[in-house]
Every structure is written in C-alpha cells, then in structure tokens.
Ligand binder design. Sequence first.
Ligand SMILES: CC(=O)[C@@H](O)[C@H](O)COP(=O)(O)O
Ligand SMILES: NCC(=O)COP(=O)(O)O
Length: 237
Amino acid sequence: MTQLSVNINKIATIRNARGGNVPNVLQVALDCEKFGAQGITVHPRPDERHIKFKDVYDLKAQINTEFNIEGYPSTDFIELIKSVKPTQVTLVPDAPDAITSNAGWDTKTHQSFLSDLIDEFRAMGVRTSIFTGTDPEIIEYAAKTGTDRIELYTEPYATFYPKNKEEAIAPFVEAAKIAKKLGLGINAGHDLSLENLNFFYKNIPYIEEVSIGHALISDALYLGLEKTIAAYKNCLK
Ligand SMILES: CC(=O)[C@@H](O)[C@H](O)COP(=O)(O)O
Ligand SMILES: NCC(=O)COP(=O)(O)O
C-alpha cells in the first residue's frame, strides 16, 4: 500500500507572510493526520523561509504518523536529525539558495559522503532515503551507500505527463524495477498532483510512499483539506 505523506511547507509559507501563527502549522499537521494522511513531510531550508527548525521540534512532539524530514545535510540539518530522530530522513542535494528541489544526488560522486551519513542515521534508528533521478547507475550507487530507500524526483514525470504520459512514466518504471531488484524501498515526490498521481501509482504500485505538498495544498484552497486528502488517497488505489 502506498502511503500519502503530506508536505506542509506551504502552510508555513503562508504563516510566515504575517509573522504570527496563522495558519497554525502544528494544527494543520494534526488535521492532516485526522483526515487520513499517513505521514507528515517537512523540508526545513537554511533560510527558514517556510518550515522553521522550531516547527520540527514542535511537530515531533505531537504528531503520531510517520515523520519525514527532507533536506540538504548541512551541519545544522544533521544536528537537527540527530536530536529529533524522525521516522525517516530524506537527503536532498539542494543548494542553499535553491527555489525548490531541482535534481537528485550524483550518488557516484558523493557515495562516501552519503554512506557515512546513512551509517550514522541508521545507527540511531532513523530510516534513510536518498533523493535521486532515474539513471540506473545513480540508483546502483545509491544502493551501495546502504540507504533503506530512494525517493524518485518526479518533476520530469509531472512536466512531461500532459504531453505524453507513457513516455513520461517509462524511465520511472525502469528505475523502480532496478531499485526493487537491488532491495531498495522506493518513495517518490515533487510536483505530483491529482492529475498525474493515479497513473504514476498504477504503473508503480509497489511504491512505498509519496510526499506531496505544493499541488495538494493548492487543491485544498478549493476543496478543503479533508476532501483533498481523500481525493489524493483515492489516486493511490
Ligand atoms: C525534496 C523535494 O522534492 C521537494 O519537493 C520539497 O521537499 C519541497 O520543497 P519546497 O516546498 O521548499 O519547494
Ligand atoms: N518530496 C517531495 C515533497 O515533499 C513535496 O513536493 P511538492 O509536492 O511540494 O512538489
């Protein structure tokens, strides 16, 4: 069964626009859980433009589902993970000034850096995931780091989907087959939406988790959070 983890970065973006506590990020996370989300994802960035490090501690203390923290493994990020010990850490190779995540790791070049981190996080009981593209060699090198999972970076799929969904999904199906053969768990995320999610799921039904934020929170403006979460979960069948 593919789990839905709701990325609540965008809720924090709205809150930060006024400097107060509206909307309340923690309450939204709890409501996402109440409405059926099987996990909460955050991606604290160095400038704290959306999720703040304090949010991460507050969330850890209150949420009951899977807590997935994504980010570039800077010294501050590594310390945060060690102290919070979420269910899962997803390592993303973002430059500090990246507008959003825009590529997976070059796992061949960064194999030893990643392996050391993976060892450290796994030793403290935190599940690990590495954000990757679909290149088979990159996935083979991801497996060599000892990571539990990879997260497939789905922006290229989402962008190409409206033009040709069969061609858009093909490299992801291949990548997932390779990852599965290598014993890796597979997550996916970035720009997944009500439009493209079901086709992704139907082609890779053994995907373990999707993390979705931007489109889901945008849909919630029209449908409300409860109906939106139900609609996304309905795409995972
Ligand atoms: C890792 C990833 O795919 C990102 O989509 C992410 O976590 C979203 O980050 P922003 O909300 O900062 O764009
Ligand atoms: N890992 C992807 C994620 O958490 C959310 O990405 P997006 O849906 O905001 O593009």
